[in-house]
Every structure is written in structure tokens, then in C-alpha cells.
Design a protein. Structure first.
Length: 286
């Protein structure tokens, strides 16, 4: 896996051909998701394949999707999770891993969320009460207009992403400076790539604080009108970028992992503003 190439080249596809994906490929994608590494090993996650995507999309219109729009596709995969502390970032972490595998197998995807009626999908799929179905992705092959075959289009993700000095602090909140150690330089290097990670509406709700050997991730408190107030969907986005940071760290030979704990005193320690939540810390192991 070339993580940098995936960050640069993987895209959200919104127009799909009617061609079905080979079942062997679909099974490989599902299997990868089922066996994927978890941030929280005690939270059960299931990936459900919807074979008849067109019937599914009709039923979900006006209830889910990308800004309320469900893109028609031959198949979908729905992520189901036990409703426990940390399940939002955990599902973001694992679902993105599944979507990366789909990309590697030549299958297109797009993040979709249940924005307003999160219970509809639970009823539609007859999901047990202790599980939540909050995210899903279409699966298929991109449909391009004839003119697209003759016009070379280039997308520059960096134009739509914040600079490092807007996302990263050192030692305390809003304190950006040059790296003083090799580890700090390494953290900036992987963050520079990871900031290309997808997030809902490209909101980039994550912020990072480097303190010695620790890389702390913080999440913006969500205030999107109409979404369920008890859930902070931005935590899903944090799970996505946490996966890329772990993969990049591995690719660059940085020995470390995310430590998911409560860390109750961290907000006061670093003068974090009230509209941000602590999520986790990446701990570098010498």
C-alpha cells in the first residue's frame, strides 16, 4: 500500500455505471473491513452488503447521503456499530480502511452519512437496538461524461485544505513554530500528508497538538443544523485521519500507535478552547 498515492488519488465518486461489481471483489472488500484493525477492540462492528443498490437508494432518499443526496449505485456497504464510547471515531477508522481496500481493487466509493433520520436505516435493515447504522458507501464504477474523455482534469486537494500552521500547535493551543527535534519534524511530515484526508463537507474538524513524544488529536464540537444533537459526527472524520496518520507513521518507520483513554486533564493542560474535544494521543515508542 502506498499511502501517499492513495491520499493524492482516491476521490469520492458520485456518478456510477449500472455495471455490477464481481461478487468475489465485493467479498474481498467486506472481508477486509471485518478483519480491519480497530481503535476500540471491544466495540463490535459489522459491514453489511446491500446487493440491490438501486432499491436501497430509493428508500434512503431525503434521509441520508451527501448533503442529503443519495447517489445511485449497484451496491452499498453499510457500517454497523455497537453504540459505545468512542464508536464514532472507531467506525471512521475502520470504514475508511474498507474504502481504501475498495480503491486498491479498482472500485469507487463515497462517504455517506445518515444526517437526519438515523433510525430509518435501522428499521430498513432490521438492525438490533444496540447497534447504530450511521455511515455507508456506494460501490461501483465511475460514470464519466463523453467530454471528460477528451478533457484532462486535474484536482489539487491542497487548495481545499488548511495549511499546517492552521491545524497544528506545539506545547499549547495556537502556538505554531518550527520543529525543534527530529520527532517533531516527522510529525509535521505525516500531518502534511494526512491533512488531505476526507472529511464531511471538507470541514477539517480536527486539530493537532505536539507535546514531546505525543501527538494529540482534538475534535471540533459539531453545530450542523438538523443533525442529531447527541452525536458529534465530526468524530467520524477524526477516525478517518487517525487511520491515515497511523498508516503514514508505519510507512515512514515511526513506531507508535493511538492510545485511546479519557485523558481528563488534557484540555486545561494545553488551554484548549471549549468548542473542542479531546479524542486520543498518538504515542511514539522509542
Amino acid at each position: 500500500m502506498n499511502v501517499i498515492s492513495i491520499l493524492n488519488n482516491r476521490k469520492s465518486v458520485r456518478n456510477y455505471l449500472q455495471n455490477e461489481v464481481n461478487m468475489e471483489i465485493l467479498n474481498k472488500i467486506i472481508m477486509h473491513g471485518s478483519n480491519s484493525y480497530a481503535l476500540y477492540s471491544d466495540i463490535d462492528v459489522k459491514f453489511k452488503l446491500i446487493s440491490d443498490g438501486y432499491q436501497f437508494s430509493k428508500k434512503m432518499r431525503d434521509h441520508a447521503g451527501y448533503f442529503g443526496k443519495v447517489f445511485d449505485a449497484p451496491h452499498y456497504i453499510v457500517a454497523l456499530s455497537e453504540n459505545q464510547n468512542g464508536f464514532l471515531e472507531n467506525i471512521g477508522y475502520r470504514m475508511e480502511g474498507l474504502m481504501i481496500r475498495a480503491h486498491e481493487l479498482g472500485v469507487n466509493t463515497c462517504w455517506m452519512e445518515l444526517l437526519f433520520d438515523t433510525d430509518k436505516l435501522n428499521r430498513l435493515l432490521d438492525i438490533k437496538e444496540e447497534y447504530k447504522a450511521l455511515v455507508f458507501t456506494p460501490l461501483g464504477y465511475e460514470k464519466t461524461a463523453l467530454i471528460d474523455k477528451f478533457i484532462k482534469t486535474e484536482t489539487n486537494k491542497e487548495k481545499n485544505r488548511m495549511a499546517l500552521n492552521e491545524l497544528v500547535s506545539f506545547d499549547k493551543w495556537s502556538n505554531y513554530r518550527k520543529a525543534k527535534t527530529k520527532l517533531e519534524s516527522d510529525y509535521l511530515k505525516i500531518l502534511d500528508y494526512a491533512r488531505l484526508s476526507p472529511s464531511w463537507g471538507n470541514k477539517q474538524p480536527w486539530r493537532f497538538l505536539v507535546d514531546g513524544e505525543e501527538l494529540v488529536i482534538l475534535c471540533k464540537k459539531e453545530n450542523v443544523v438538523g443533525r442529531r444533537k447527541k452525536l458529534n459526527y465530526y468524530r467520524i472524520d477524526c477516525g478517518i485521519i487517525m487511520l491515515y496518520l497511523k498508516l503514514l507513521a508505519d510507512e515512514f518507520g515511526m513506531n507508535g500507535d493511538w492510545k485511546v483513554d479519557s485523558h481528563k486533564d488534557i484540555l486545561n493542560k494545553y488551554n484548549i478552547p471549549d468548542d473542542y474535544l479531546y479524542i486520543s494521543s498518538f504515542i511514539y515508542n522509542i
